[in-house]
Design a protein around this ligand. Sequence first.
Ligand SMILES: [Zn+2]
Length: 474
Amino acid sequence: MRIRVAAAVAAIVIAATAAAADRQDPHQLARDLFKELIEIKTTESALGSTPAAEAMAQRLRAAGFAAQDVHVVGPGGRKQNMVARLKGTGRKKPVLLIGHLDVVEALREDWTVDPFVFLEKDGYFYGRGTQDMKDGIAIMMTTLLRYHAEGYKPDRDIILALTADEEGSNANGVDWLLKNRRDLVDAEFVLNHDGGGVIVENGKVVQVDLTASEKVYADFDLTVTNPGGHSSVPPRENAIYSLARALDRVAEHDFAFELNNVTRAYFEHIAKRSDATYAGVLRGLLQTPPDPQALQQISQDAIYNAIVRTTCVATRLSGGHANNALPQTARANVNCRILPGHSPEEVRQELVQAIADPTVKVRYFNFLTEQLDDVAPNVRGYAPPPLRPDVLKPLERVAAKMWPGAPVVPSMSVGASDSIYTNAAGLPTYMVSGSALARDDVRAHGQDERMGVQAFYSAVDFFYEYLRAVVSYK
Ligand SMILES: [Zn+2]
């Protein structure tokens, strides 16, 4: 009896401490989570995702989330994922929040600071993952902890999935969850924190992105082989010359211009805030068919060009085996970003045609098997899902309050994210985040990755309000 009373008292004390922890200053809570995440080395070569998945699960349990609502699941080993559920009234189907725990490799010698020590300096947080995307993990965790501490019961369950292997390797957590534990992550729609964002130009917020479409990633291997021979009696042709010519044709080749509902809306918004001359150019682009001069001008801008067409670019090159021998092999990697609605195989065939040299083999690099395949996948990037009012309207409302004058712009990401898995599984996915970033300070995957301190705290405030508006949208 005494023991039972003591245990009950202890339980109350623990619950009270947990609740107190969640009611701490939300910025401090978010900062603590951010620091903890940055300092867990979730690269492929170090720890993988498991320790971070465990750490976040532990945080939620300590705050009083029920054991049956917090799961660490996956193929096992270093590639576990964390899935947690904040229970709502169940009036509507759940919303799923996703974010990846893994980060790209970072070498200490390439950075001016240690990439795996959380550092606040001159108004910035430094560390690998501060932009991509441990900021988002910390923000989503903070939001869930706050709702839970307040006893908030939304109209729909909010599911948070923190996952492995978005940046590469072969145990993609979102894919794994959809295939093996759909019960844990099934939802009406998905908010992916790995995109969207608040765009800053000359210190001013100019745009809030709602990313609802993205390109598909594909690598192609170009190989030319040759019997080789002595370099003192060279024939006119050799493997390196053939490959160089092929690459030249790839560089010259333009894939077809194309707009979809998202990129069309994007250019319409840009036109509205451009000066008269440029607005005219953009309107020319939006005509069907587009005005050829407008298209020519837009294509000169690398960013706009990547929005209106599939792009391919040579990224690696190797060949030959001795200074005094004719090359027996020459190889290049060509990296392509494919517009929604088109498949890697379609692009492979277009490259073969553009190269127009049967001695150049064009094969697909399969990143799952790390093999070269003669034929590329025929899957097409998902068509952009319709812009749901319960995703768009709250964004417009909260953005207008936090960043007056900056329009919400539907956009297409020229990279690729886990949204490809959720969209393919029939869960319409939107990328929204309140992290403000200057256009010229994008350091994801690069050196000295950093996030503005105020930008981070604003993003914490933003997501708390935004998600609440989404789940209570009438
Ligand atoms: Zn990312």
